[in-house]
Design a protein around this ligand. Structure first.
Ligand code: UDX
Length: 478
């Protein structure tokens, strides 16, 4: 690797902390800054506030030698050549992104600039945010030659964030300043040039010297739009398949066969076509709303995105109705729930479809025993244990004596349950699978009444209407 760059990353959330750890991993000197003193103290003491594969190892490897945790933004700004802003951009009441944290951080950075800096926006932000950051810094009296702005959106997914960062499909750099573009190219050079992948201890993934991630240099506005358009398009893909799933249920087809056949078209691709209980998380719901709002601001109607939001809300409601029709009445029913996180592999419950469904079931008078491998602690903060809400230690405890078992999150361990054991534990062998983790005929042959999404219900002793034919189900990409 060429010379290390001194980097400040402002914000130690999912994006900030992972970016800081990964910049250190590829050889840079990093200051990770947050104004949350207790979080910084925890990180300084070796704690890791989020559940993310490889993150602990990377922090152990690089802290304190090449990564420093601090609350001192002014000090980090003075040291750093590039300052990445990775603070939250929550959804405001109108659906637009609330940029007040970005604004505050940009002003604070501006007050400490005493030599040339590149200020890089990494949070997901609407088009024109870079322009605003530039104006804020200028308003604070920083001469134009002492800074440039750039947009470098992050495409990492929670649960696989470290691998996504180090083995990315593309690195997008948006800036109108060649000097800033050069510094960002130098920062990512260990990835784009391949030296990182030759290192014996590198985190494994799909990139290697024969398959290097491309760096895409575009304008700041294009970079900002790439991020919003990518997330919105993925949400469109999922919602599209969820509606196709509903058609499959109506006509007696299997949505996984349909998704497989559709996804083989290279122009469409097989990913993000899994029907289920709808998308959630800290990004898709917020970014779809924000992008729709951006379009409206410019007088452009993006009705497609409003429809996607509607489909996603209806998909959760549809699953809830499915539970109702399986149980007939709710009051007093005992249910086991597998999964609380918005998807498998994370402890994040923000906008989790599972939580929304659990809340509705509790309101209807059900008693729930829930299990999630990582998200129970966080869920208990908003749904404290009570007479009707218990958290249990594994899937079998959740099934014990229940009228039905619900699968709401696609954790790998939920796809590998001991079905005999599960059957023995349940009071009634009814499973409602919102993530299509099992084959209906397989579940019926194990004595379950099994209902899933976009596929025919299966009952023991009754043939499933849709036969697999020569279709061999591909391994699920959870
Ligand atoms: C997403 C983007 O993928 C990532 O590029 C961006 O940086 C942040 O937002 P993330 O929110 O971590 O990442 O989760 P993702 O894996 O994309 O899943 C989002 C939601 O869609 C989850 O609720 C997931 O269960 C759901 N989903 C995903 C489906 O319902 N079907 C699919 O086929 C894929």
């Amino acid at each position: 690797m060429k010379s290390p760059v001194c980097i400040a990353v402002v914000g130690s959330g999912y994006v900030g902390l992972v970016a800081a750890a990964c910049f250190a991993e590829i050889g840079h000197k990093v200051f990770c800054v947050d104004n949350d003193e207790s979080k910084i103290a925890m990180l300084q003491a070796g704690g890791v506030p989020i559940h993310e594969e490889y993150l602990r190892e990377l922090l152990e490897r690089h802290h304190p030698t090449s990564i420093t945790f601090t609350t001192d933004l002014a000090g980090a700004t003075r040291e750093a050549q590039a300052i990445f802003i990775a603070v939250g951009t929550p959804q405001s009441g109108t659906g637009s992104a609330d940029l007040s944290y970005v604004d505050a951080v940009a002003s604070e950075i501006a007050r400490s600039i005493d030599s040339y800096k590149v200020i890089v926006e990494k949070s997901t932000v609407p088009v024109y945010t870079n322009e605003w950051i530039r104006r804020v810094v200028e308003r604070n009296g920083v001469p134009r030659e002492l800074f440039d702005v750039a947009s470098n959106p992050e495409f990492l997914r929670e649960g696989t964030a470290v691998v996504d960062f180090l083995h990315t499909d593309r690195i997008v750099v948006g800036t109108d300043a060649p000097r800033a573009a050069d510094l960002l190219s130098a920062i990512y050079e260990p990835l784009t040039g391949g030296s990182y992948y030759q290192w014996a201890n590198s985190v494994p993934g799909h990139c290697h010297v024969g398959n290097l991630p491309p760096i895409v240099h575009v304008s700041t506005k294009a970079a900002e739009l790439i991020k919003h358009a990518s997330n919105s398009f993925l949400a469109v893909k999922i919602s599209f398949m969820n509606v196709v799933a509903n058609i499959c249920e109506a006509v007696g087809a299997d949505v996984q066969q349909v998704a497989y056949g559709v996804g083989l078209d290279a122009r469409i691709g097989p990913k993000f076509l899994q029907a289920g209980v709808g998308y959630g998380g800290s990004c898709f719901p917020k970014d779809v709303a924000a992008f729709r709002y951006v379009a409206e601001q410019f007088g452009i109607s993006f009705g497609l995105l409003s429809e996607v939001e509607k489909i996603n809300a209806e998909q959760k409601q549809r699953f809830f109705q499915k539970v109702r029709s399986a149980l007939w009445t709710f009051r007093g029913k005992k249910l086991g729930v597998l999964g609380l996180a918005f998807k498998g592999g994370t402890d994040d419950i923000r906008d989790s479809p599972a939580i929304e469904i659990v809340e509705k079931l509790l309101q209807e008078g059900c008693a729930i025993d829930a299990y999630d491998p990582a998200a129970m602690e966080r869920t208990a903060e908003i749904l404290p244990p009570s007479a009707n809400m218990h958290y249990v230690g594994d899937a079998y405890a959740a099934a014990e004596g229940k009228d039905a078992l619900l699968i709401l999150t696609d954790w790998q361990e939920f796809a590998e349950l001991d079905l005999e054991r599960l059957h023995q534990r349940l009071r009634y062998p009814i499973i409602l699978d919102g993530r299509n983790l099992y084959k209906p005929e397989h579940m019926a042959s194990h004595g379950f009444s099994y209902m899933s999404v976009g596929r025919q219900d299966a009952q023991p002793g009754r043939e499933v209407l849709v036969k697999a034919g020569s279709f061999v189900e591909p391994k699920r990409a959870i």
